[in-house]
Design a protein around this ligand. Structure first.
Ligand SMILES: [Zn+2]
Length: 298
């Protein structure tokens, strides 16, 4: 984030607009945040600030409440999720225990407990990485192969959680694990067989790793199509999280749960602006404005 954006975040925070968002939209609706690999020091500060403004609940609690009564949820309910299942997440356990807050971690199930690396961390050129997210899955895989990378290649270092770490975190009663596919492809660019494998086998693999039913799925990069939703239902998931902007209620489709992406390192004012959803709405609004200006020839 640039200095200017940081300054904007602080100004926005001080303007009170995020407060209004929290008060009017987030009181009754469920907000879901997405982190990746925050440091324990930052996560501690983030949780402290979020706990003052929200009631942190687990994704399971929200899903278990849906058929019953939403009123049984506390006001300002907030769910914390972490995507990818990075090894560094293990160091967050003491923070979770200190604050007694639950989280859901979505594992790249084909990589957990191995020395495999996700493809996107091996492509250092940002433009190339974005390009690879746009091409068909077979093109992405063959391009990576030419670059010397395969999904099952074992590296010297382990960057994702091990089985032991997963078990230890799960035993705290504060961490639940979901699936984030096997190898983090962009699902809508996969053919039917690969999409089925990534969605179905990753559920089995996660269950094998945790010894518990894998109830939830997270779409890599937030990308999904109707077929992927169908496959998630068929595989037996109960819900799936996206990166569609907004908040959630019991009437919403559980396979299109909206999430707000928050930074792994930021000032607390920036985190709170983003967690309020204000920043994401602001960005969507700007994008729409730009598009309508383009269409009207301005
Ligand atoms: Zn991911």
């Amino acid at each position: 984030m640039s200095f200017l954006s940081k300054l904007n975040a602080l100004n926005l925070y001080l303007s009170g607009l995020p407060w209004l968002f929290r008060h009017f939209f987030q009181k009754k609706k469920v907000t879901i945040l997405m982190f990746h690999h925050p440091s324990p020091e930052y996560f501690d500060k983030a949780i402290t600030a979020l706990k003052k403004r929200y009631n942190i609940i687990s994704l399971s609690r929200f899903m278990d409440t849906i058929p019953a009564d939403e009123r049984s949820l506390p006001s300002y309910p907030l769910i914390i999720t972490l995507d990818d299942g990075w090894a560094s997440n293990y160091a967050l356990l003491p923070v979770l225990e200190k604050h007694q807050v639950p989280v859901t971690i979505f594992l790249m199930a084909g990589m957990a407990d191995t020395h495999r690396h996700p493809w996107f961390s091996e492509v250092t050129n940002q433009q190339k990485k974005q390009e690879l997210k746009r091409v068909s899955n077979t093109t992405r895989v063959s391009t990576l192969k030419r670059m010397g990378f395969t999904e099952t290649k074992e590296f010297d270092d382990r960057v994702v959680l091990s089985r032991e770490e997963i078990h230890h975190m799960q035993a705290s009663g504060l961490v639940e694990f979901g699936s984030h596919t096997l190898f983090h492809p962009i699902l809508p660019h996969c053919n039917d067989n690969t999409a089925l494998e990534e969605i179905q086998l990753s559920k089995k693999k996660t269950e094998e790793l945790t010894g518990k039913p894998c109830r939830f799925f997270s779409f890599p990069n937030g990308d999904y199509c109707e077929r992927d939703i169908r496959l998630c239902k068929k595989a037996g998931y109960e819900a799936a999280v996206t990166l569609d902007v907004g908040y959630n209620s019991r009437n919403d489709d559980p396979f299109r749960l909206k999430r707000i992406s928050v930074p792994d390192e930021a000032s607390i004012s920036e985190l709170l602006v983003k967690a309020s959803g204000f920043w994401a709405f602001f960005k969507v609004l700007l994008r729409k404005q730009k598009r309508s200006r383009r269409h009207s020839g301005l």
